[in-house]
Design a protein around this ligand. Structure first.
Ligand code: HEC
Length: 179
């Protein structure tokens, strides 16, 4: 392993789980760069690679601010019930939502369609979270293949760019946060 690979991996290891994906892409790019190509296109590839990394990682600080839109309905309560964010109870606790099967917070009364999506294999991750928060019922229809599916979340995130930041924030306050 060359040092650059190791450096990248170390950075990625600290990011959200999903951020590891671009590492493979980056490695592929690096091996492409061993071919005799011009320095200019090599630079282009580097810029592309770092843009992909920056985009995927999300900014937890910005996400913490953007989470204000969610807290009227969602709290973030840690394992001992301590409030990381004291918010509403209309929606389920979002502590540890990264990798959690959809529709499974005990005692929360989910829509049948959210429970169905979870049973069909929906485990929350950035790729599914992003379209979900922008249009919950539409996402559930796509995911379950049931055109009449309706979720209970009556909120849509208007600014799509905030989704990766909010996700990064949720990961950072979760059980594996910061590791
Ligand atoms: C108006 C209230 C409301 C707001 C605002 C709201 N939610 Fe929700 N959310 C809900 C409800 C209710 C559910 C349960 C959905 C269902 O059962 O179909 C839910 C479910 C979820 C789930 C699925 C959780 C699980 O356990 O499967 C996620 C993730 C989520 N919301 C994220 C967010 C984020 C992030 C925001 C802010 C950008 C937000 N929500 C804003 C009410 C809300």
């Amino acid at each position: 392993m060359r040092w650059r690979d190791r450096g990248l991996t170390a950075i990625l290891d600290r990011g959200p789980r999903r951020a590891r994906r671009p590492a493979a892409t980056t490695r592929k790019m690096e091996s492409t760069m061993k071919l005799p190509i011009s320095g200019l296109s090599g630079l282009g590839l580097c810029l592309l690679a770092s843009a992909a990394l920056a985009q995927d990682a999300g900014d937890p600080d910005a996400g913490e601010r953007d989470f204000r839109q969610c807290r009227s309905c969602h709290s973030i309560l840690g394992p001992d019930g301590e409030a990381i964010v004291k918010g509403g109870q209309v929606g389920p606790n979002l502590y540890g939502v990264d990798g959690r099967q959809a529709g499974t917070v005990e005692g929360f009364n989910y829509s049948d369609d959210m429970v169905a999506a979870g049973e069909q294999g929906l485990m929350w991750n950035l790729e599914d979270f992003t379209p979900y928060v922008q249009g919950p019922s539409g996402f559930l229809q796509d995911y379950t293949g049931d055109g009449s599916a309706r979720g209970k979340m009556t909120f849509r995130l208007r600014n799509a760019e905030q989704a990766p930041d909010i996700w990064a924030y949720l990961v950072s306050v979760g059980p594996d946060g910061g590791s």
